[in-house]
Design a protein around this ligand. Structure first.
Ligand code: NAP
Length: 334
């Protein structure tokens, strides 16, 4: 049977989604973006991935976040995205803001890792092929390389933009000082850093405490938070044990050991605060990040359309009273 041709919802920009300006750029990003780190590789059913991607675009999610090593196995999340590009999204390419990254071990030998010009160019060329794209909207250096001169990495990013293979450049997980160097280097070459990507959630406030959020704002750069639900801990997923189909049960990056008694107690207490706000814990966790206008967007990772549907509800209430904020802070210290 010939599969039906995808036709996106005509209301995709009228419903729930809100868009925020990314730093001092011309780009608007949806408050909730979709990340393809874990649930879109070869080990996940393709039909489920397609359903989630369609649902996302149908509801105003224009930004899809990938990396060369997303899967598992590595490369296969980009292949899944490439499949959807080819079969569904191609007519809507200009409505999409697609990012990928390079920085972690990708292929054997000395040129498949870290921050050399050689690796970054080769990796992006591979990513474009897997995703059926001529260019990405945003290309990130995925991590800080303490051995490659920063100038080499940054100049490669500038040249990638000059070649038209990426429209914008982003930095992920770089320390403060190196980031400052990067912002200056890139701005001086008229390829300003569009966005900084860092881990940010109720249990991990490093972007605030390390000054990364303020630094991005001061440099006219946006900030996008990853793992906003602490990989699922900040949801109702583990309140009553470890479900068979959960990330912890799959035995990947989120370990059983993360579910300590203290963490479980905090999750339960946060769940009560969320209920009083008329939100689920996942909704409150996303809203808690979006309360700050220094944040451009959060990247959620979902394993089902139902999860994404619930998460989108967070957008409708991102305001917290000072008492609620204090209570959340206290819970995280108890
Ligand atoms: N730059 C970097 O170094 C870096 C690192 C990590 C991630 N990222 C980016 O950030 C994205 C998101 O990361 P993440 O997947 O860790 O994000 P996350 O949103 O914190 O966690 C996603 C997981 O939470 C659970 N979940 C989501 N919505 C739920 C809901 N409504 N109810 C119950 N459970 C829910 C699901 O777990 P189950 O699978 O158990 O259902 C889902 O797989 C990645 O895809 C990637 O794009 C970037």
């Amino acid at each position: 049977m010939v599969p039906p041709i995808y036709s996106p919802s005509a209301n995709r920009y009228d419903s729930t989604m809100k868009y925020r300006r990314c730093g001092k750029s011309g780009i608007l990003l949806p408050e909730i973006s979709l990340g393809m780190w874990q649930n879109f590789g070869q080990t996940s059913p393709l039909s489920n991935s397609i359903e989630i991607l369609h649902y996302a675009f149908d509801h105003g999610i224009t930004h899809f976040d990938l990396a060369n090593n997303y899967g598992p196995p590595y490369g296969t999340a980009e292949q899944t995205f490439g499949h959807v590009m080819k079969h569904s999204f191609m007519p809507y390419r200009d409505e999409l803001f697609i990012s990928t990254k390079a920085g972690y071990d990708m292929w054997p030998g000395p040129y498949g890792n870290w921050g050399s010009r050689k690796y970054l160019f080769s990796s992006l060329n591979q990513s474009l092929k897997r995703m059926n794209l001529e260019y990405v909207d945003l290309f990130y250096i995925h991590r800080y390389d303490p051995e490659t001169p920063l100038e080499e990495t940054l100049q490669a990013l500038v040249d990638i933009v000059h070649q038209g293979k990426a429209l914008y450049i982003g930095i992920s997980r770089w320390p403060y000082e190196a980031t400052q160097f990067a912002y200056k280097y890139l701005a001086e070459r008229n390829v300003p850093c569009l966005i900084y990507q860092g881990r940010y959630h109720i249990f991990d406030r490093a972007p605030e405490t390390e000054g990364i959020l303020q630094q991005a704002k001061d440099n006219g750069t946006g900030f996008i938070g990853f793992s906003p639900l602490a990989q699922g801990l900040l949801t109702d997923r583990y309140l009553n044990g470890i479900p068979q189909d959960s990330r912890i049960a799959h035995g990947g990056h989120l370990k059983k050991e993360a579910l300590t008694e203290t963490t479980l107690r905090r999750i339960s207490a946060l769940n009560e605060v969320a209920k009083r706000r008329g939100q689920t814990l996942a909704e409150m966790a996303l809203a808690w990040i979006l309360k700050d206008d220094m944040v451009t967007s959060v990247i959620v990772g979902v394993s089902s359309t139902a999860q994404l549907e619930k998460n989108l509800k967070a957008i409708s209430n991102t305001t917290f009273s000072s008492e609620e904020l204090q209570e959340i802070e206290n819970i995280c210290k108890e």
